[in-house]
Design a protein around this ligand. Structure first.
Ligand code: HEM
Length: 453
């Protein structure tokens, strides 16, 4: 039987048997540190780290959990050599009704089985196909952005990426069907952040469930035809994907992975492009460097073989992901009692590691608050001091399967934008943003594009 807390986001409380771990109850009764967690996550974690060290108790979002900080902790949790950290149990409470059975919501052998099959859709030939599909749409999308007037970059890029996703993820050409898919998807995304999950018509939650239904119906309607032909979209690729042993995906698995992929790709890439555009607007010398780099490429399209030529663009992306990792914290749940950093933690303990905190640790980064893409250059390679100090894509078995696609899409956008326009913000402008649940500007990121002479 459901209890009232089942209708709240994150209803599942972790066990109380972690009171021996350093920490405190948080600032407020019941809410603990929820307010600071949502408004200044990095400040909160940095303060607690100073007080308690690399392992401490958290009390936020009606959950007690244990924070494990720093590259060693990241490695322990993400590598998970003992198979004790469940991704499914951590993500399910947030995502299982809207995006069930995606890769992140599967564990261990079952996860590995699905991931090996899905890998086929991220190989070179497939990526090349997606890039060819995306080129004209991205070019037209950038050309349609307002010029010479200030506009909110966040909403514009979100909507462009949504159009591209309808085509490249679901294989829908523009028109009514794409609009319905986009709307359904947006509603499902919004519902994933809903605090109250009551199935009442008109609420964010109910709209999200309806949104999922739209996506589900679309896939179920088209799956037979998709299996009969092949095209350059993830939906089609998943229909035909095989691992080395010839295993394939069931219709249900194709459906759930395709819908989950939309979720995993969309806000993360939108967030990354916002951070990049902000960083470039504040550091115009980097716009010139990238402009020169784009000029080496002939023609109006970015080809797959051109991607490695955009070396400096890759450095800028890495640095933006360091400073503003879209996924600032990665949750797991322990599946059995385990001793970690000198403390015995019971089964079911919620665990949180923090890419954002790690990316600002002075022990590992030179002047971490400074935008300095060259820190990732082959000569300096600061990020290689520890394999788990730069983890915007996570690591280990659940490391982002879409990272090459993400880099390709980001480069494609920058290519079409920077070869034609410069980006500026008002003098003295500083982006206001919230790091959790996903790093986003809270002011819409007002920018101005000006045509290059
Ligand atoms: C810059 C953009 C992106 C960032 C920063 C990002 C970040 C992440 C992170 C941190 C994880 C690991 C979560 C965990 O361990 O709990 C992850 C997993 C995942 N990402 Fe991404 N992602 C990005 C883009 C994409 C794109 C474009 C796609 C698809 C085309 C994608 C698909 C996935 C999937 C399916 C998983 C689950 C992998 C697994 O559990 O095996 N991501 N991503």
């Amino acid at each position: 039987m459901k209890t009232p807390t089942d209708y709240l986001a994150l209803p599942r409380k972790s066990t109380d048997d972690i009171m021996h771990v350093p920490g405190d109850k948080g600032a407020l009764p019941i809410l603990g540190d929820t307010v600071e967690f949502l408004t200044d996550y990095l400040g909160l974690v940095t303060r607690k780290h100073k007080l308690y060290g690399p392992i401490f108790r958290n009390n936020a979002l009606l959950q007690r959990s244990v924070a494990l900080l720093g590259p060693e902790a990241n490695e322990l949790v993400l590598k998970d050599s003992g198979k004790i950290f469940s991704s499914k149990k951590a993500w399910d409470p947030i995502l299982d009704r809207l995006f069930p059975d995606g890769l992140m919501l599967r564990d261990f052998d079952e996860h590995r089985f699905h991931r090996r099959i899905l890998q086929a859709a991220f190989k070179k030939d497939a990526l090349q196909g997606y890039l060819d599909e995306m080129n004209p749409r991205m070019r037209e999308g950038v050309a349609a952005f307002p010029k010479q007037v200030e506009f909110g970059f966040k909403d514009s890029i979100k909507s462009l990426l949504l159009d591209v996703a309808a085509q490249v993820f679901m294989g829908v050409k523009m028109g009514n069907e794409a609009d319905a898919i986009n709307k359904g998807f947006l509603h499902a995304m919004e519902a994933s952040l809903a605090v109250v999950k009551l199935p009442i018509p008109g609420t964010t939650w109910q709209k999200g469930l309806n949104g999922r239904k739209t996506l589900k119906n679309f896939i179920e309607k088209h799956i037979e035809a998709k299996r009969a032909t092949e095209s350059s979209d993830f939906f089609s690729q998943f229909c035909h994907a095989k691992d080395e042993d010839g295993n394939t995906l069931s219709d249900e698995a194709v459906r759930d992975h395709t819908i989950f992929l939309l979720f995993a790709a969309h806000d993360t890439t939108t967030s990354t492009l916002c951070s990049i555009i902000y960083a470039l607007a504040k550091n115009p010398e980097w716009q010139d460097i990238l402009y020169q780099e784009c000029q080496q490429i002939e023609g109006d399209n970015l080809g797959y073989d051109d991607l490695p030529k955009l070396e400096k663009a890759a450095l800028v992306m890495k640095e933006a992901l360091r400073m503003y990792p879209p996924v600032p914290a990665i949750p797991r749940r322990l599946i059995k009692e385990t001793e970690i950093m000198g403390y015995t933690l019971p089964a079911n303990t919620g665990i949180g590691i923090s890419p954002l905190f790690t990316h600002y640790m002075e022990e590992w980064w030179t002047e971490p608050k400074k935008f300095d893409p060259e820190r990732f250059s082959a000569e300096r390679a600061e990020h290689k001091r520890h394999l788990y100090q730069w983890i915007p894509f996570g690591g280990g078995g659940h490391k982002c399967i879409g990272l090459n696609f993400a880099e390709m899409q980001v480069k494609l956008f920058m290519f079409h934008l920077l070869r034609n326009y410069t980006i500026s913000v008002k003098p003295g402008y500083e982006m206001k943003y919230n790091a959790v649940p996903i790093s986003f500007p809270t002011d819409g990121l007002p920018v101005t594009l000006t045509a290059r002479k």
